[in-house]
Design a protein around this ligand. Structure first.
Ligand code: NDP
Length: 399
């Protein structure tokens, strides 16, 4: 019977709280803490059993330590923002609390994310005989575990990995962003990057485009992007020659974003308007639908998975492992759309394995370094069933 402290009461925090509450046999006591306690209380009201809530500024190590010492959790699930990874890891270290997150550290001022500073905790966590599990959402998270499971059970060596992330959801608006428009714009305007034979190769923004027919969704335009799991998987999959990440964007979505950018609506420098200073992007945010309001009206499915291509017993083999998740079914179950659901469910499953001692170790681990079998056995009943299709090794579905 264990205690879990969840930090962050946004979309993912809501799913994590629901899923922990559904499993009292593992998570006997739950505390949901965030910058704004009212948001924690609103989530607590949706749950089938009572939980504690708390206010905490997760940028403040002392405040975190005080909260952890008063609640004494057996595991901490961090689903606030990537800016808080280092402070929360520090507080867990000081209090001897096992740590799990879903996104790698992002520098608040540099628009750059990487594992370097989290990996730098390795020696201190190992010395303290404490475990930190990094990147246990969907991507990163489930996609890394699909790769690790393939490496352990299907292949002698995996040579090529393609991660395919499709959102076939429709909220009925001509244009709305699923999350912060600034991050959306950055994602679309940044150079693409993939790893091949030990080198990072950059491509111009949205230059690499393919069409892929997704089970449950249909054909979609896919674009090559850089994504954070490439950093750890390129180090942890033995024999790997190339790894790429692809995400779907509709023509309509890209056109809207480009127009908004071209007319200056996404600028972050203040301008003078009718005697007032306004920031165009903040004005844009104010007139776009609130991302949190999209949940109840989003229909359709997500399909996220990996194509693994390698050798087994001297023969080439290619498989596609993926999950399909339905936005409306997620909303019925936990009052959230599939993007938050597919992130929160792996986080809770990982925390469960840590509490049960099935995932254990001293140090900082990316999820593909942990045993994928117990995770793959449980994740279906937790809400994200997976399927595997054998592909023809001589055909390239991304040609
Ligand atoms: P939201 O923006 O909806 O929620 C973030 C929450 O963190 C909010 O409740 C926010 O509080 C709180 N928060 C922000 N700063 C602080 C702080 N200093 N102290 C305490 N609480 C704070 O984000 P999501 O729920 O969509 O995402 C949560 C995490 O999941 C992010 O790290 C994101 O990168 C990650 N993620 C991972 C994915 C994966 O597949 N691996 C996919 C999607 C997300 P307030 O409400 O006051 O702003």
């Amino acid at each position: 019977m264990s205690k879990v402290l969840i930090i962050g009461a946004g979309g993912v925090g809501g799913v994590v709280a629901h899923k922990c509450a559904q499993h009292p046999e593992v998570f006997a006591e739950i505390c949901l803490a965030s910058r704004n306690e009212a948001k924690c209380q609103a989530i607590a009201q949706q749950l089938p059993r009572a939980i504690q809530t708390a206010q905490v500024d997760a940028d403040d190590v002392e405040a975190l330590v005080a909260l952890i010492e008063s609640f004494q959790p057996d595991v901490l699930i961090h689903v606030a923002l990537p800016y808080q990874d280092l402070t929360i890891m520090e507080a867990c270290l000081r209090t001897g609390t096992p740590y799990l997150d879903t996104a790698n550290y992002e520098h608040p001022d540099e628009a750059k994310f990487e594992y370097k500073e989290q990996w730098a905790f390795q020696d201190r966590y190992a010395k303290a005989n404490l475990m930190a599990t990094l990147g246990c959402g969907f991507d990163p998270g489930m996609t890394n575990i699909y790769c690790a499971w393939g490496q352990k059970n299907l292949f002698d060596e995996i040579h090529f990995v393609d991660i395919l992330d499709a959102n076939g959801g429709d909220h009925g608006y001509p244009f709305a962003t699923n999350f912060n428009p600034e991050i959306n714009i950055r994602e679309i305007t940044a150079n693409g990057r993939y790893w091949e034979k030990g080198e990072w190769i950059e491509t111009p923004p949205l230059a690499e485009k393919r069409v892929f027919d997704f089970d449950g969704i249909g054909p979609k335009d896919l674009y090559l992007l850089y994504h954070e799991e490439l950093e750890s998987l390129s180090q942890n999959i033995k024999g790997l020659e190339r790894i790429r990440f692809w995400m779907t964007f509709s023509e309509k979505y890209i056109t809207h974003l480009k127009v908004l950018e071209n007319v200056g609506m996404t600028a972050i420098e203040p301008i003078e308007f009718e005697g007032k200073q306004i920031i165009p992007l903040q004005f844009l945010k104010a007139i776009l639908p609130d991302p949190a309001s999209l949940g109840p009206r989003t229909k359709g499915k997500t399909n996220i998975g990996v194509i693994l291509d390698g050798v087994k017993d001297g023969k080439r083999r290619k498989v596609y492992i993926y999950n399909i998740c339905d936005h409306e079914a997620c909303f019925r179950e936990v009052q959230s759309q599939a993007i938050s659901y597919t992130t929160g469910v792996p986080a809770v499953t990982g925390a469960m394995l840590m509490l049960q001692g099935i995932w254990s170790g001293a140090g900082v681990f990316n999820v593909e370094q942990l045993d994928p079998d117990p995770f793959m056995e449980r994740i279906g009943e937790m809400g994200l069933p997976w399927q595997m299709v054998e592909l023809d090794p001589n055909q390239d579905p991304l040609a």
